[in-house]
Design a binder for this molecule. Structure first.
Ligand code: RB5
Length: 151
């Protein structure tokens, strides 16, 4: 089996949590590509979410983990990228369900909303829960139709 690679990105609001997640991925032997930012200096979240999502779109990475203050800005950007299904989550139930039912390929976290311990549990769950397919695929196909039409 091919080794999985995760795209990770944050703005200044998510920088510290991104570094904690990277350590966790390192400890678990999971590869990632870090798309920045590389400090807590103020920056613009679209500039970091976009290349991370592009890496998922082009197959370089399997999933994106995107962190900002709320997770919302990152999810807005990610869901503008064709084929990206981003879920902004603050609880493990939603993380599990968005993998099972939405086949989400981007997890957006709010570093000012949740603690690091919960965030790491959510990352693990996101990376280890398989999509259920079946009727859920039909619904995802309908979402893709809307994406293609732009309305
Ligand atoms: C930055 O202050 C903050 O707006 C950003 O991290 C994010 O929460 C936006 O959605």
């Amino acid at each position: 089996m091919e080794e999985r690679v995760i795209a990770i990105a944050a703005d200044h609001g998510g920088y510290e949590l991104k570094e904690i997640i990277k350590k966790h991925l390192d400890a678990n032997g999971i590869k990632y590509v870090d798309f920045g930012t590389d400090s807590s200096a103020s920056c613009d979240y679209p500039s970091y979410a976009r290349p991370a999502c592009n890496a998922v779109q082009n197959g370089e990475c399997e999933y994106a983990i995107l962190v900002c203050g709320t997770g919302i800005g990152m999810s807005l950007v990610a869901n503008k990228c064709r084929g990206i299904r981003a879920a902004c989550c603050s609880d493990t139930f939603s993380v599990r369900m968005t993998r099972l039912h939405n086949n989400a390929n981007a997890l957006c976290l709010g570093a000012r909303v949740i603690g690091a311990g919960l965030a790491l549990d959510m990352v693990d769950l996101f990376l280890n829960t398989e999509f259920e397919g079946d009727r859920h695929q039909r619904r995802i196909d309908l979402v893709a139709e809307i994406e293609a039409a732009g309305k």
